[in-house]
Design a protein around this ligand. Structure first.
Ligand code: NAD
Length: 357
């Protein structure tokens, strides 16, 4: 058993989603054998994994992390060296309209996954048991909101404010409890907002790109001065590999991009990039499309991550500046409009959601 790339088998959950999909593509390219368990909700897209078709190092399984028997069967059959849990309901706006699905997958589903993994891990031989890891991918939103100054550290008390972040907080607590109660070798990462290729176009950055290209209004919630610490998805994937390889068992690690930006600034940056790459037919800047709309209920004002533990203990730092990452992202969407069309083939049509409160 080995967690070293080139020798490893990893069970990845949610690997047809945005971050999980990027992670799986990179892991297989690095020689890892990946068993990818995904329920293919609206957010999961096999198109993202099209380049892996026929690759024996990628086994896709359509199923639910809450299906304990299925997970137990996959563990017994594939004998993974690590389980990485990306699967989740992940959109705050959707959690406002329908919180139950978030509790079902993020809390009940994670519990079922933990129980199956614990039982598998208990039955491993000593060496494999010592090397095994369960890595849980979580969010900085569990810490609540910040004022104008300060950053979240790993010791910031949990204070989740949305049904999404509350369900992620609950899953983090279960992971912690499985380490303390059963000795399961867990690792948890709490990451800031990601952006990059294969991001479902309901989230701010791809939504703005798509609506701007279509000449539609660009909805900015409230005054647009909410601050997020943006991280390019490839940097997040590398952080996860670093924590998996070198992280101390039972620990949590904050992951951030050192790239705090107000939402309105993010939208304006995308507009400027599109002005250069795809000028509007009327010659006006894309910024004319910006429209302020009623704020998201309970909208957290500012998130900022102190990722110094990850840097000092494990040597990880983001490689992409926000300017590099956002330009790469806009270019990717311009070059992959076929992907966007295919993932938008379902029920979502770039409309506003999350107003139920
Ligand atoms: P996503 O919504 O794009 O993808 C989630 C994936 O999980 C989808 O492929 C979906 O089909 C799958 N899934 C949902 N329910 C499932 C279930 N019950 N069983 C199996 N698969 C299921 O999400 P994402 O943005 O890629 O986020 C991945 C993880 O990272 C999540 O746990 C999220 O909380 C966390 N995270 C996301 C961000 C971000 O900015 N996107 C930041 C920090 C942490």
């Amino acid at each position: 058993m080995n967690r070293r790339i080139g020798l490893a088998t990893w069970l990845v959950t949610g690997g047809a989603g945005f971050i999980g999909g990027n992670f799986v593509l990179e892991a297989v390219a690095r020689g890892v054998r990946v068993v990818n368990l995904d329920a293919l909700t609206y957010a999961g897209n096999l198109d993202t994994l099209a380049s892996l078709q026929g690759n024996p190092d990628h086994v896709f399984v359509h199923g639910d992390i809450g299906d304990r028997e299925l997970v137990a069967r996959l563990l017994a059959e594939h004998r993974p060296d690590a389980v990485l849990n990306f699967a989740a309901e992940s959109h705050v706006d959707r959690s406002i309209d329908g919180p139950a699905a978030f509790v079902q997958t993020n809390v009940v589903g994670t519990l079922a996954l933990l129980e199956a993994v614990r039982d598998y891990w208990k039955g491993l031989e000593d060496e494999a048991k010592a090397a095994f890891r369960f890595l849980h991918v979580s969010t900085d939103e569990v810490y609540g909101t910040l004022g104008a100054t300060g950053k979240f550290t790993e010791t910031t008390p949990y204070a989740p404010n949305s049904p999404y972040s509350a369900s992620k907080a609950a899953s983090d607590h279960l992971v912690r409890a499985f380490h303390h109660t059963y000795g399961l070798p867990t690792l948890t990462t709490n990451c800031s907002n990601n952006y990059g290729p294969y991001h479902f176009p309901e989230k701010l950055i791809p939504l703005v790109i798509q609506r701007a290209l279509a000449g539609e209004s660009l909805p900015v919630y409230g005054d647009g001065k909410q601050v997020r610490d943006w991280l390019y998805v490839a940097d997040h994937c590398e952080a996860i590999r670093t924590v998996l390889a070198k992280g101390r068992v039972g620990e949590t690690y904050n992951v951030g991009g050192n790239a705090e930006r107000e939402n309105i600034e993010v939208v304006r940056t995308i507009c400027r990039l599109l002005d250069q790459r795809r000028p509007r037919p009327d010659g006006q800047p894309h910024e004319v499309l910006i429209t302020h709309v009623t704020d998201r209920p309970g909208h957290d004002r500012r998130y900022a991550i102190d990722a110094s533990k990850l840097k000092n203990e494990l040597g990880w730092e983001p490689k992409y500046s926000f300017e590099q990452g956002i330009a790469a992202t806009v270019d990717w969407y311009l070059a992959h409009q076929d992907w966007v069309r295919r993932v938008l083939d379902g029920s979502y049509r770039l409309e506003r959601i999350g107003t139920a409160a």
